[in-house]
Design a binder for this molecule. Structure first.
Ligand code: SF4
Length: 136
């Protein structure tokens, strides 16, 4: 995991933009998020990298192995949804280039090859209550 002090201005700007993008998507684009998450495969490996984007979250218990969110049950929607799409993986890879995220995404074109109705159905099957995404 890289030290935040080693980040270039450009990398910081990328991470800042990513935070804003995720906030907007998570709160105002539920349809997009739902489709993206339907393409997502894998699981959280608890590397904690997403808790160090731009700054280190003070709510992360770094002494635990693996690291642990101390407010996991009530953590913010942006945390609950991470990663929303490939851009988020690129952002977290700035912080943790050597240890990959446990999640990956089926490419959108491939996902849509099954046809729009099937893609919509896959998105509709997401357990939105578990990931705190408004229905939309
Ligand atoms: S609230 Fe929890 S999940 Fe969100 S950044 Fe902080 S430690 Fe990570």
């Amino acid at each position: 995991m890289r030290k935040l002090s080693s980040l270039t201005f450009r990398e910081r700007a990328t991470l800042g933009w990513g935070k804003l993008r995720r906030f907007c998507l998570a709160h105002f684009r539920p349809g997009f998020v739902r489709e993206s998450l339907a393409r997502r495969v894998g699981q959280c490996d608890r590397t904690g990298a997403c808790c160090h984007l731009m700054f280190s979250c003070p709510l992360l218990d770094r002494k635990a192995t693996p690291v642990r969110c101390t407010i996991h049950e009530i953590k913010p929607r942006v945390c609950r949804l991470f990663p929303i799409d490939e851009r988020d993986l690129r952002d977290r890879n700035i912080i943790s280039p050597d240890v990959p995220c446990g999640f990956s995404f089926v490419p959108r074109e491939e996902f849509l090859k099954q046809g729009r109705p099937a893609a919509r159905a896959a998105a509709g099957r997401l357990h939105v209550e578990a990931i705190d995404l408004p229905r939309g």
